[in-house]
Structures are given as C-alpha cells and as structure tokens.
Design a protein around this ligand. Structure first.
Ligand code: IPM
Ligand code: MG
Length: 349
C-alpha cells in the first residue's frame, strides 16, 4: 500500500509487436492476484509513432512516480526500415536503454530455473539441465552499450568503459544474491575493462563477502560451460554485453526464450520488470505469443517491487502447475495460444 491507503501504482509499457498482447494477459493475471492502479504508456516504436521519440520525458516521469514498471517488448521491422533509410531516425531500443539509464537500473536479474515439466522441451538433453537453478546478474547501465560511439568515413567505433564504483555495486548485488557461489565472467585475457572488472570483483569479495565462494571464467569458456554443465552455476555476474548474450543462451535451458523473466533494479525505486524475449514481430497479432515469461516477470515484480512475496510464489507455482497439466505454447512445440495459456495459469492460481 502507498501512503494514504492508495493502491500500488504499476506503470504498464506494452511497447511493440506481441507486447500489447502479453501485457493484456499480464493485466488479467494481476487483476486475479490483487488490487492495483495501472497507468499505461507508450514506449519504443509505439512512442516513436505517437511522439517522434522512443521515450518521452513524461513517460520517464510517470515511471519514476510508480511503485513498479512492467514492460513487454520494443522494436520491429517498421522502425528498422526507417533507420536503414535514415540513420538519424529514432530507434525503439533507445526507449529501453533510456529508461534503464534514466531510472538508474544498474542490475538486471535473470533467473533461469527450468520447469520440471519442460525438461524435455529444451534442445539440450534432460540429464544436462536437470537441477539447473541459476541467476544471471547483468550490469545494465554501463559498458559498450552506453559508451561513446560514432562513425568516421568507413570506420565505426563503440567504446567500452567501466569504473570501479560501477563494478563494485553490481558485484555486491551478485554476492548478496548468492546461495552457493558467484561466478564472475569477463575477458580479462584481452580487455582492460575486464582486468579492472576481475580486480574489483576480487577485492569486493575479499573485503566484504569472503564467505561466498567466488570463481572467474572467461566469457567464451562460460558460454561453453553454460550448456555443458549448467547445474553447476549459481550466480553469474557479468558486464552488460556479455550478460545480454549469455542470458539468451541460458534461456534455452528452460526450453524457450519465451520462458525467461527479468528484473532490473537500482538503489532506489521499485524497479522495472520485463521478459527477456523481444517483440516477435513475426507472430504479433496471431494470438500465438507465449505469455509465461511475462507472467514470470509479474511474479518478480510482486516479490521485488511490491513486497508481495506470497502472491509472487502463487503466480510461479500456478505457472508450474499449468505446465505440469500439459500446457505447451507454440514456441515449446505445442498449440496453446496466449489466451489458452492465460486461462490455464489463472485456473491454477
Ligand atoms: C535485452 C534486449 C535489449 C538489450 C535490446 C532490445 C536493447 O536484448 O533486454 O536483453 O540488449 O539489453
Ligand atoms: Mg538481449
């Protein structure tokens, strides 16, 4: 509850492609879970069409005032084509990056816990993924995604920079999240930013979290280990670019990118919650979008953003039970569309 007995305020950002469909499903789920106030706003391509920019100051302000923000997905071929024709045209992804930066959401948490009912839906063998329960902690507001970039003649550059305080704060999030150990991933055999990363993570470990086991992996090796022995990982902490790539890879342990939720948090505010998958323009409007990563994101929002741990656990177990009951969406090789999947989860709530 907010002061004065007002309901928790959730800003909903449906965005593009399948975004509006899975947002409507999330809204049904939230209505079944409790009482909330909703404020729906455009972001990404939808905001470009309406306002000429992927994120307006007004929407950023609305997000700052909210108790939590739930975002679906941004981007699509229409806006890609506009950029191809004119490189200075706005890009939907700028809305997402601007929101993360504007809200100070430096830590992105991507839990990967394959549902027992889906162990055979993954392209990886059951005996490899059984027992997997890991968390990717991705640094979200630094590194190459926010460095200086540009073009000169036939050359382009994107700079990667990290400061000690940026690495310290994400390392602390990782150590605090660990149940068994932390694996820090970098490319310290080549990159200077990675050497600073490793040095800093090691120092934070020694000074503040010496009781949590820590190991270091080079990112290419980590990519390999993630599919050969995923159950051995607990918390993986890594920079923005590596985390983006490794978390898509890790998603396949759950059977589909359509299953992975995420939470983005900062030092203040209720955070931003979004599925890891994109806007899937190829299936937008067909009713075939898998809403389960969105439901997982709703659960993370209830737990981390709104302090409703019981409701969060309720949503997660309803999803598990629906899957045990045979629910399979098209991305998992089944036929259940968004509506059917939503009904199956609501029936198990
Ligand atoms: C993600 C996405 C975004 C990112 C894109 C859409 C900018 O891939 O959340 O992983 O790279 O962070
Ligand atoms: Mg990504």
């Amino acid at each position: 509850m907010r002061p004065g007995g007002a309901l928790p305020l959730i800003v909903m950002l449906p965005g593009d492609g399948i975004g509006p469909e899975i947002t409507a499903a999330a809204r049904e789920l939230l209505d079944a879970v409790g009482d909330f106030d909703f404020d729906e706003r455009p972001i990404g391509g939808a905001s470009i069409d309406a306002h000429g920019s992927a994120l307006t100051d007004e929407v950023l302000e609305a997000c700052r005032r909210a108790d939590a923000v739930l975002l679906a997905a941004v981007g699509g071929p229409k806006w890609d084509a506009a950029v191809a024709a004119d490189p200075t045209a706005p890009r939907p992804e700028q809305g997402l990056l601007g929101l993360r930066k504007g809200l100070g959401l430096f830590a992105n948490l991507r839990p990967v816990r394959p549902s027992p009912a889906l162990l055979d839906a993954s392209p990886l063998k059951r005996d490899r993924i059984e027992g997997t329960d890991l968390l990717v902690v991705r640094e979200l507001t630094g590194g190459i995604y926010f460095g200086e970039s540009g073009r000169e003649g036939d050359t382009a550059h994107d700079d990667c920079a990290y400061s000690v305080p940026e690495i310290e704060r994400i390392a602390r999030v990782a150590f605090r999240s660990a149940r068994a150990k932390v694996t820090s991933v970098d490319k310290a055999n080549v990159l200077e930013t990675s050497r600073l990363w490793r040095e800093t993570v090691t120092r934070v470990h020694v000074e503040e979290f010496a009781d949590v086991p820590l190991d270091h992996l080079l990112v290419d090796n980590a990519a390999m280990q993630l599919v050969s022995r995923p159950a051995d990982f607990d918390v993986i902490v890594t920079e923005n670019l590596f985390g983006d790539i490794l978390s898509d890879e890790a998603a396949m342990l759950t059977g589909s990118l359509g299953m992975l939720p995420s939470a983005s948090i900062g030092d203040t505010g209720g955070g931003l919650y979004e599925p890891v998958h994109g806007s899937a323009p190829d299936i937008a409007g067909t009713g075939r979008a898998n809403p389960l990563a969105m439901f997982g994101s709703v659960a993370l929002m209830l737990r981390h953003g709104l302090g409703m741990a019981d409701a969060a656990a309720g949503v997660e177990s309803a999803v598990d039970r629906a899957l045990e009951g045979g629910l399979l969406t098209p991305d998992l090789g089944g036929e259940a569309g968004t509506e059917e999947a939503t009904r199956a989860v609501l029936a198990n709530l």
